[in-house]
Design a binder for this molecule. Structure first.
Ligand code: ATP
Ligand code: MG
Length: 176
């Protein structure tokens, strides 16, 4: 059963995507099966994996979420692209920003990613989720299915204030 790590911080530009790319590549080179999930409409992780036009991909995480919300059947591993020996990617694209809005009224909206990962996590040793710089519903989805959270942060006063907010949000997940 794969260990799920959410890489999150609502502050932008702190190294979330860089951590996801390098940790993923490092683990894969050590022989671990790794799935990278891009949960950011900026699609930086997808770009880093060599997909220069994320909008042109056949499927991405947006399709996964909308199919689960609409109760449509999906096969295990739907949307996942094989990148390299031990490394797979569930890509993102700008469409994901509209998904965040559409989830406001969805049933069990915090658990969509968890539902999807139930069908795929046994194929991986590690699943790394690159979150967007916000504490919106998509980031909450990542926190709700993660075994642990990796928080890149700058060692300065204001970033630490932001970190307290994130820790509070994580605490809500564990107490609900
Ligand atoms: N450890 C590091 N030391 C110095 N620079 C770094 C480090 N990690 C990342 N960077 C640089 O910081 C910038 C932002 O990194 P990155 O895109 O990974 O942040 P992010 O948190 O994913 O951003 P966003 O919130 O927009 O998704 C990039 O230019 C990256 O090369
Ligand atoms: Mg990023």
């Amino acid at each position: 059963m794969g260990k799920i790590i959410a890489i999150a911080n609502q502050k932008g530009g702190v190294g979330k995507t860089t951590s996801a790319v390098n940790l993923g590549a490092g683990l894969a080179s050590k022989g671990k099966k790794v799935l990278l999930i891009d949960l950011d409409p900026q699609a930086s992780l997808t770009l880093c994996m060599g997909y220069r036009e994320p909008d042109k991909l056949e499927h991405c995480v947006t399709d996964v979420i909308s199919r689960i919300v609409n109760d449509e059947a999906i096969t295990d591993g739907f949307g996942i692209i094989h990148i390299h020996d031990n490394l797979d990617l569930l890509p993102s694209s700008i469409d994901l920003s509209a998904t965040e809005v559409s989830l406001v009224n969805a049933m069990s909206r915090e658990m969509i990613l968890k539902t999807y990962l139930e069908g795929v996590r046994n194929k991986y040793d590690y699943i790394l989720i690159d979150c967007m710089p916000s504490l919106g519903i998509l980031t909450v989805n990542a926190l709700a299915c993660a075994n642990s959270v990796l928080i890149p942060v700058q060692a300065a006063y204001l970033p630490v204030k932001g970190l307290q907010q994130l820790i509070k949000t994580i605490g809500k997940r564990f107490h609900s």
